[in-house]
Design a protein around this ligand. Sequence first.
Ligand code: ZN
Length: 245
Amino acid sequence: MSSIKVTVWNEFRHEKTDEAVAKIYPDGIHEAVAESLRSAGFDVKTATLDQPEHGLTSDVLDDTDVLIWWGHMAHREVQDEIVARVKERILGGMGLIVLHSGHFSKIFTSLMGTTCNLKWREIGEKERVYVIEPGHPIAEGLGEYFEVPHSEMYGERFDIPAPDTLVFLSWFEGGEVFRSGCCYHRGMGKVFYFRPGHESYPIFYQPEIKQVLANAVRWAAPVGGPTVTFGHRPEPVEHVEPYEG
Ligand code: ZN
């Protein structure tokens, strides 16, 4: 377990331009997430938008089992070429965890094939996250629900394909609900979308959030299944008498 290699990617812009955000995440959201995963025993590195190739070189991806994605204001600055590279890796088996406003990232919308649009409001209301699939590995160690005291609201409809498994459902103080923990398989890879995590609130320091991210990393990591092959198979697996007509 402890050898799972995680790369935490962050566009790293709010923390540089917004003092309030910088106060909460002085080293960036990626470092807060990375630190909590390191203390959970994972092998964690970080990458950010302004690095060459957005920090997501082929070498880095070769050395990544699970990629975590946080973006918000700069989705369009992510080069299509890098998105294609990341997508290819996911289809080949790399795990992907998309956080909060990453719902509009190029990689997530490309994997979903829908707009991934939603309703939102930012007044610091309470969010109650219900565990609706208690037997799922991502729910390990959680209670029936947990609360984020101050959250940005995301409301349905969330324009995504129906998840393979929906682990969390959020209720907001203002009355809206949202599918906030969505599992997908894409190719050989596993994708988890996790809603909480707005930059203006210290959500990534919350114990339940750290627990979910550690659980999600373990769930999304590749399992070393059979190598997949495709194409023409002139030799059948069992003997077959050719049909002569
Ligand atoms: Zn937000």
